[in-house]
Design a protein around this ligand. Structure first.
Ligand code: NCD
Length: 310
């Protein structure tokens, strides 16, 4: 098993068959991720995590995935403590790190950064978020969560809610999930709608993109509600953020007439868009969701490093 591409920059790099292959392989990784079955699959391999923006889950789950498979990680968690603080360019940093590692996981505030890195790197680059651009490994773990919970990816009623403009997770997810479903509900505060370019792309493919603000009205129809944080750090001023903060908030009292198998997902971190009382409902799957990040990242690392997986 292998992937056609050397890097993972965008969901568009993967065929639908490859997406399914990653999800299948991720499922097989579960005993290793639970430390029930030791693995030496990536023994001797080194992963470098290079994060120019904050992260908890993405960085740690990549490092956990690598360790579970017998590999090791080196990290620049705080680029302020690296030569970037001396003015080094991203390209020079990548040309340095590719001497020390077999694969690089990069998170950067600029859209397109992972693609530029891939152009100079000798080793595979995995995009762990490029500004308001893309976040393909998050999407793979979202798909894995949906498939495991709903038993399928096809013919589901899915809504994405929150900051659809700056949220990179929903950009990648919109492209990926509509390979399996024909309709996507989009609920955003004014000014934070899904970028036109994405809406046009999807509509050209014949997908039904429904923009609504009526969360309560559509809730009973949904199989999956994917909630996202307003991306405060991407707003020009704090006042702009305050205008849209808290416009949508999911609360337990709203979940009276929902489908019994509704999945409420969130890439996390959560701020105030899901009330803590939702956590105790059977619909809250965001904590389980992040475990799938380890499985999916184990699968991606194995495939990009061409380990002998079957
Ligand atoms: C997301 C991100 O970094 O885009 N976090 C994550 O990777 N789980 C979502 C966010 O920051 O809102």
């Amino acid at each position: 098993m292998s992937l056609k591409v050397k890097n993972l920059i965008s969901i568009a790099d993967l065929s639908t068959k490859e997406i399914i292959m990653i999800l299948d392989l991720a499922d097989k990784m579960e005993p290793i991720a639970h430390s029930e079955k030791p693995s030496k699959l990536l023994s001797g391999k080194i992963l470098s995590t290079l994060f120019y923006e904050p992260s908890t889950r993405t960085r740690l789950s990549f490092e956990s995935a690598m360790a579970r498979l017998g590999g090791s990680s080196i990290t620049v968690a705080d680029v302020g403590a690296s030569s970037v603080a001396k003015g080094e360019s991203l390209a020079d940093t990548i040309r340095t790190v590719d001497n020390y590692a077999d694969v690089i996981v990069l998170r950067h505030p600029q859209e397109g950064a992972a693609q530029w890195a891939a152009e100079v790197s000798r080793v595979p680059i995995i995009n762990a978020g490029d500004g308001a651009g893309r976040h393909p490994t998050q999407t793979l773990l979202d798909l894995s969560t949906i498939r495991r919970s709903q038993g399928r990816l096809k013919d589901l009623n899915i809504a994405v809610l929150g900051d659809l403009r700056f949220g990179r997770t929903v950009h990648s997810l919109s492209y990926a999930i509509t390979r399996f479903t024909n309709r996507l509900y989009c609920i955003a505060p004014p000014g934070l709608e899904l970028p036109n370019e994405i809406v046009m792309d999807l509509r050209e493919q014949g997908k039904e993109i429904i923009m609504t603000r009526d969360l309560k009205g559509i809730l009973p129809e949904l199989d999956v509600l994917y909630v996202t944080r307003i991306q405060k750090e991407r707003f020009p001023t704090p006042a702009d953020y305050e205008k849209v903060r808290g416009v949508f908030r999911v609360e337990k009292s709203m979940l009276q007439d929902v489908k019994p198998n509704l999945d409420i997902l969130h890439p996390l971190p959560r701020v105030d868009e899901i009330a803590p009382d939702v956590d105790e409902t059977p619909y809250a799957r965001y904590f389980k969701q992040m475990f799938h990040g380890v499985l999916v990242r184990m699968a991606i690392l194995s495939l990009l490093l061409e380990a002998n997986v079957r």
